[in-house]
Design a protein around this ligand. Sequence first.
Ligand SMILES: *Cc1c(COP(=O)(O)O)cnc(C)c1O
Ligand SMILES: [Zn+2]
Length: 427
Amino acid sequence: MNVGNEKYVLRCVECGKVVKDECTDRCPLGHNSLLRTEYRAKQLTVRNLPGLFKYIDFLPVESHLPVDSGPVTYKSEGLSKELGLKNLYITFSGYWPERHANIKTCSFKELEALPTVVRVKEKCKDTLVVASAGNTSRAFAQMSSLTQSPVVTVVPKCCLDRMWTTQETDNVCLISVKGDYTDAINMGEKISSLDGFAGEGGAKNVARRDGMATVLLDAVVFMKRLPEYYFQGVGSGTGAIACWEASMRIIRDGRFGKVLPKFCLSQNLPFVPMYSAWMDRRREIVPEKDMIDAESSIREMRANVLSNRNPPYSVAGGVYDMLCDAGGTIECVTNREADDAGRLFVSAEEIDLDPAASVTIASLAKAVEEQRVGSQDRILLNVTGGGYERVREDYDLYEVKPCSDVCAGAGIEDVKGEIDEWVREHT
Ligand SMILES: *Cc1c(COP(=O)(O)O)cnc(C)c1O
Ligand SMILES: [Zn+2]
């Protein structure tokens, strides 16, 4: 196709077909594959723009928002000493003003929310629908409060305490579902199918992935080289896929090394579907083997933001392909190991952590103990969330209240009335 002077195009990983982005999340030929952005810019230029928009050359947007949220990379001293590592780098996505980290909703989900909101505004204009276990919905609620763009979010009732913003907003239509993450996703899909609404797209949304990819870009700018190892606790693996894709862009840049990092992913026991499938080197997740007693397992895990039952693992360009291409592993971590590692991090680095990030620290501690990484290796630790206690010192938090409360498996007719009314008032 003639790509003219587009800033970027989308390419299907499976068949190589190139398409223009019209809020496109799927290959027009119907492949079960991620689409990947291909930017005209070959080299990374850091722009004088706020937050993650300084990496706008590698974001699928034309404009930016005046929001100073982005990842922050530094070389660890505290944890580094505890673990005996000489080249441990931390990219922190959360609130920690002493290190100029300004993500007030305290997780890297804000990195995906920012470019997603801009891309939807530029390319499709529908009202966004976001279903999550809480961190993603909070990030989108915050963006909505800053930009006045309305959003519908669906969250399991048990996660409602994660729904707050640092600025009051009435632009959020929050639907609470008595059930788990999967029930929230199912309801989100029903709402997205209504006219004028668009699902956020999950892992298939290139704005989401390229937003999360700024973690790797920021790390490379700071380290001046690609890391040899990348560590992250995963639920869907989207953040890691994003950093794999960013690593390929960085290799093409030519200035930061030629070798992809090895991806050291971790899941929280007892709910570890990708770990279980990868141990058998299977491309498919088999629920009867990999997700036995899913509901009770999810209730038991400390970091339930990692409880994705339908991760982009098998899809072309997904987690399985990443581990085969770049190399790496998936490990599992108990609640106890995560708690211990979280405490170690808090005392060594002096900022509080999201439980999901504690899973990451625990997996690094285990890799050191089992000598899977050496003391000189260049390691990037993606600290995906933290600063929840710190943000309370500086801001009042406003609870986002549900406008509707439904049972798991409820139909669209159970929420359509409230949504129609909300649309009349807000769009
Ligand atoms: C969502 C989330 C993760 C997992 O990210 P995936 O891209 O779904 O694997 C890790 N940490 C935090 C804090 C999160 O909110
Ligand atoms: Zn295709």
